[in-house]
Design a protein around this ligand. Structure first.
Ligand code: UDP
Ligand code: MG
Length: 339
C-alpha cells in the first residue's frame, strides 16, 4: 500500500507508524460550497454513496459560504434525504473560514475535507481510510500534475512555496491542498489555534502529527466556475506569507544594511576625493538617482511593515472567523465521550 506515496523530498513519508487500534469509523465530511448550485446536490449524493461503503456512521457537513445562487435551496433539498448538517454562514467569509466552521461542528472521529466541485477524486477515500487505519493521523492529497494550469499560475505557486518555506521551521508541503482526511485529534488541535485569519495550509503543517501524502491529479470542475481568481489567490498568498513567515521583514533589514553600508563607503570616497582633487559640483544625476532609489526602498519596507501591522490589527480585534446564519442538523452523529 505504501508505494502509493509520492516520494518527493517535500513529502517523504516518515516511517509508517504502528497501526493503532482505531475505533469504528464515524466520518464527518466537510464540504465548503460557494456558488455551487451546479454541483452540490450531485456531489453530496456521490460522496454519500462512496462513504456508505466505508461506514454507516457518517455525516456530511455542507457549509454554504455566502452563495448568491441556488446553493441554499440545493442544500435544503438534501436534508430529508441524507445525513446532512447544513451550516449557512451569514455572508461569504472565504474558504478558510468555511472549512473552520465545518471542522468546529464535526462530531465524527475522523474528518474529511473535500471540495464540492468534483475536483477531488472520490476514489481516493478508500485509500485515505486505509492509511488512517494504518496509524496516520492526517492523509492529504498532493497535486501531482499542474500542467493544466497556466504558466503564470505555476510560476507564482512555486515562488510562493519557496518564499513561504524559506528559513521556516514548519515546512508547508507544496501543492498540498485542502483535500484531506484527519483524525479527530488533528481536528481538535486545529480548533485550539486562536487566529482569526486562518491560512489552513499553514495550520495543517503547524499542528504536526503523523501525516501521509497521496498524489492525485485534480479533475476538471464539474460545473460552475472557480471562485479563486488571480486577485484572490494573491491575497491568500499574502495571508500565508504574513502569517507564517517573518522573512519579508528580515529581507528589508538586510537590504537596508547593505544599502547603508554602500552609502557609507561612497560617502567616505567622496570626502577623500574632494580633499584630494577639489569639488566641481559633479554628481547631481547620482544624487537624484540615489534619492529616488532610497525613497523607493523605504516606501516598500514601510509597506511590508504595514502588512504585518494590519494583520496584527485584524487579530487583536478578536472577531470570530465566521458567523452562522443557519444550522440545520440532520446528522445522526452525536458528541460522544471525549476522544
Ligand atoms: N469555496 C468556499 N468559499 C469561497 C470560495 C470557494 O467555500 O469563498 C469553496 C468552493 O465552493 C469549492 C472549494 O471551496 O468547494 C474550492 O473552491 P474553487 O473550486 O472555487 O477553487 P479552486 O478549486 O479553483 O482552487
Ligand atoms: Mg475547485
Amino acid at each position: 500500500m505504501h508505494e502509493a506515496f509520492l516520494l518527493h523530498a517535500d513529502h517523504a513519508p516518515a516511517a509508517p507508524p504502528a497501526a493503532l487500534p482505531r475505533p469504528a469509523l464515524r466520518l464527518s465530511c466537510v464540504v465548503p460550497a460557494h456558488n455551487e448550485e451546479a454541483n452540490l446536490a450531485l456531489f453530496v449524493r456521490a460522496l454519500a454513496q462512496v462513504v456508505r461503503a466505508l461506514t454507516p456512521d457518517y455525516e456530511i457537513i455542507v457549509v454554504n459560504d455566502g452563495s448568491r445562487d441556488g446553493t441554499h435551496d440545493a442544500a435544503l433539498a438534501l436534508l430529508p434525504e441524507l445525513p446532512v448538517r447544513y451550516l449557512a454562514l451569514s455572508r461569504n467569509f472565504g474558504k478558510e473560514a468555511a472549512l473552520s466552521a465545518g471542522i468546529d461542528h464535526a462530531r465524527g472521529n475522523a474528518v474529511l475535507l473535500i471540495d464540492a466541485d468534483f475536483q477531488h477524486p472520490l476514489e481516493m477515500l478508500a485509500q485515505m481510510h486505509e492509511l488512517w487505519l494504518a496509524g496516520y493521523d492526517m492523509v492529504y492529497g498532493v497535486i501531482a500534475d499542474r500542467t493544466a494550469e497556466s504558466g503564470a499560475k505555476r510560476l507564482g505557486t512555486r515562488l510562493f512555496y519557496r518564499l513561504l518555506n524559506s528559513g521556516n521551521r514548519v515546512k508547508v508541503p507544496p501543492h498540498a491542498g485542502d483535500f484531506r482526511w484527519m483524525d479527530r485529534r488533528v481536528a481538535e488541535a486545529l480548533k485550539r489555534l486562536p487566529e482569526h485569519h486562518r491560512f489552513m495550509k499553514g495550520l495543517y503543517a503547524w499542528v504536526g502529527f503523523k501525516t501521509a501524502a497521496l498524489p492525485f491529479v485534480p479533475q476538471d470542475r464539474a460545473g460552475g466556475e472557480s471562485s479563486f481568481n488571480l486577485r484572490r489567490l494573491g491575497s491568500l498568498a499574502l495571508l500565508g506569507l504574513t502569517s507564517f513567515t517573518t522573512l519579508p521583514l528580515r529581507v528589508w533589514s538586510v537590504i537596508g544594511s547593505v544599502v547603508a553600508l554602500g552609502a557609507l563607503a561612497y560617502g567616505g570616497w567622496i570626502t577623500v576625493e574632494t580633499l584630494l582633487f577639489g569639488n566641481e559640483l559633479a554628481g547631481w544625476p547620482t544624487l537624484a538617482a540615489g534619492i529616488m532609489l532610497f525613497s523607493g526602498v523605504q516606501l516598500m519596507s514601510i509597506g511590508v511593515l504595514g502588512e504585518y501591522v494590519g494583520r496584527i490589527y485584524d487579530e487583536v480585534k478578536r472577531r470570530p472567523s465566521y458567523l452562522l446564519a443557519r444550522d440545520e442538523d440532520r446528522s445522526p452523529l452525536r458528541d460522544g465521550p471525549a476522544p
